[in-house]
Design a protein around this ligand. Structure first.
Ligand SMILES: Cc1cc2nc3c(=O)[nH]c(=O)nc-3n(C[C@H](O)[C@H](O)[C@H](O)COP(=O)(O)OP(=O)(O)OC[C@H]3O[C@@H](n4cnc5c(N)ncnc54)[C@H](O)[C@@H]3O)c2cc1C
Ligand SMILES: NC(=O)c1ccc[n+]([C@@H]2O[C@H](COP(=O)([O-])OP(=O)(O)OC[C@H]3O[C@@H](n4cnc5c(N)ncnc54)[C@H](OP(=O)(O)O)[C@@H]3O)[C@@H](O)[C@H]2O)c1
Length: 448
């Protein structure tokens, strides 16, 4: 068994990993020394909201990509920890689509209960990870940010949980250099009220584009034009939001699109996704992938094929989040504890190929939901994660897709039942489209 394990990052994935080890320890397992390095001064990853954009107080890129008024975009019942339910945390049933602060409270609630904070070194950024073939150990160089000191420690296993929605993918378009208004990436978007009274152009056709377009209009933008590259989202947009083809160029304030449409706009938000960025990992260990449901070279979606002592959590595109992270964390833990052994490299490569072939055959989001649920089940079957009704979450996600198609401003008003407790979520006191206050107090309390 490994004697020293490094976990990089204390976001939802890193916290899931620390919790998984702690659960085993509580049940009497001999657990190696676990050290978690977190570059921020607090835990929660993206859910730990920051007003900062650009560089942080130490001159490093800001990790946070979440913004004010962000609400869960999937039913909470599809991400409910099987060993720490919403009922347990809140002591009362709560609606299905909570705002950010509520989910932050929930994630960190489990981490507090399992007392894993003591395992985390905060304000400690990992600058370099390499592997020594001779010793069979990883060298992890960290910098403590208060005093800018670096040191290198040896570990038997390394688990990378640094997320992949923090380094923006930022294309340019002709005329941007002379555009008279603001151009930004969704990574830097913080407060929709900034665009009140403006004509906004949003580029992209995925979750950020959808949500930022809605946010902006909800908080007072005059109009929002969404420009897609491949396919429009095609939701029934409320008045003031429309989808057009890809931007070709801007000329002054005038945006020109591939379908011949022209619109005068005041500001542009690039909702063009993120890059998997691991500049702190030596090249031969570094995951290189687009945002897909099954990245190449990761056996079980976790183990680096050429050196499975290096594990990555949460690197997939995500329908499932916290429960998928738990499945991965439990599996990684059991490998570290020697409870699971991995097959020969050729078998691992064949397994990856099998999943990637199946992914290539997915035709729509409904297939993708089944794909990711099956992937989780494949992990769950080998570990002792408490069982819950995964099939119910598949049905919830299918219903959610239909709800979005029926009403993109109303889908967050729907209620789902818990796959763990059966509790049916109450309807929120204020329809999402009218709910301007996203605080936990207002969400859990009375009317706005
Ligand atoms: C705008 C936005 C909205 C989202 N909304 C939802 C939602 O509604 N529901 C949902 O389920 N999911 C949502 N997600 C998905 C999100 O990816 C997951 O919920 C979750 O935050 C992923 O957890 P993680 O631990 O993998 O990564 P992160 O949350 O990104 O955490 C990674 C941690 O690693 C730390 N770190 C990074 N590099 C280093 C380093 N070199 N050294 C030390 N520490 C480091 C970071 O500081 C951070 O704390 C959203 C994502 C975005 C971008
Ligand atoms: N809670 C919430 O409400 C909320 C809000 C925002 C984001 N999120 C989460 O954040 C994560 C990231 O979502 P995301 O939308 O930022 O990233 P994403 O899902 O990876 O989507 C990236 C988008 O950028 C487009 N794109 C990339 N390069 C482009 C280019 N050169 N020109 C035009 N379009 C380009 C892609 O277009 P193609 O489709 O054509 O490739 C795609 O639509 C998701 O997990 C999501 O759930 C949640």
């Amino acid at each position: 068994m490994a004697s020293r394990v490094a976990v990089i990052g204390a976001g939802p994935c890193g916290l899931a990993q620390l919790h998984a080890f702690e659960e085993a320890r509580k049940q009497g397992a001999e657990v190696p020394e676990i050290t978690c390095f977190e570059k921020q001064s607090d835990w929660g990853g993206l859910w730990n909201y920051t007003w900062r954009t650009g560089l942080d107080e130490h001159g490093d890129p800001v990790h946070g990509s979440q913004y004010r008024y962000l609400w869960s975009n999937g039913p909470k019942e599809c991400l409910e920890f099987a060993d720490y339910t919403f009922d347990e945390h809140f002591g009362q049933p709560i609606p299905s689509f909570p705002p950010r602060e509520v989910l932050y409270d929930y994630i960190t609630g489990r981490a507090k209960k399992s007392n894993v904070r003591q395992l985390i070194q905060f304000d400690t950024v990992v600058r370099w990870i390499s592997y020594d073939e001779e010793t069979g150990k990883f060298a992890v160089t960290v910098e403590t940010r208060g005093d800018a000191r670096t040191r290198t420690e040896e570990f038997d296993k390394v688990i990378v949980a640094t997320g992949h929605f923090s380094t923006p993918n930022t294309p340019s378009f002709e005329g941007f250099g002379r555009f008279p208004g603001r151009i930004m990436h969704s990574h830097d978007f913080r407060d929709a009220q900034e665009f009140a009274g403006q004509r906004l152009l949003v580029i992209g056709s995925s979750y950020s584009a959808e949500d930022i377009a809605l946010q902006a209009r909800k908080y007072g933008a005059d109009s929002v034009t969404i420009s897609y590259r491949n396919e429009p989202m095609g939701f029934p947009w409320p008045a003031g939001i429309e989808e057009v083809a890809l931007l070709t160029n801007v000329d002054g304030n005038t945006a020109h699109f591939a379908d011949g449409t022209m619109r005068d706009v005041d500001a542009i938000v690039l909702c063009t996704g993120y890059q998997h960025s691991f500049g702190f990992i030596s090249g031969e260990l570094r995951l290189r992938t687009r945002n897909v449901l099954y990245p190449d070279n990761l056996y079980k979606g976790v183990f680096w094929l050429d050196n499975p002592g290096l594990m990555y959590l949460g690197m997939q595109d995500q329908y499932y989040t916290f429960t998928m992270f738990d499945a991965q964390a439990w599996y990684a833990r059991d490998y570290v504890l020697g409870r699971i052994s991995l097959p020969p490299r050729a078998d691992m490569a064949a397994d990856i190929a099998h999943w990637r072939d199946r992914l290539a055959a997915c035709a729509d989001p409904f297939d993708e939901i089944e794909f990711q649920a099956d992937y989780m089940m494949d992990l769950y079957k080998d570990v002792d994660y408490p069982s819950y009704d995964v099939d119910l979450t598949r049905a919830h996600f299918r219903a959610w897709e239909h709800d979005k198609e029926a009403s993109i401003i109303g889908y967050r008003d729907r209620s789902f039942s818990s796959p763990c407790t059966g509790t049916v979520a109450p309807v929120h006191h204020t329809p999402w489209w009218q709910a301007l206050d996203d605080s936990m107090a207002t969400f859990l309390g009375g009317q706005e």
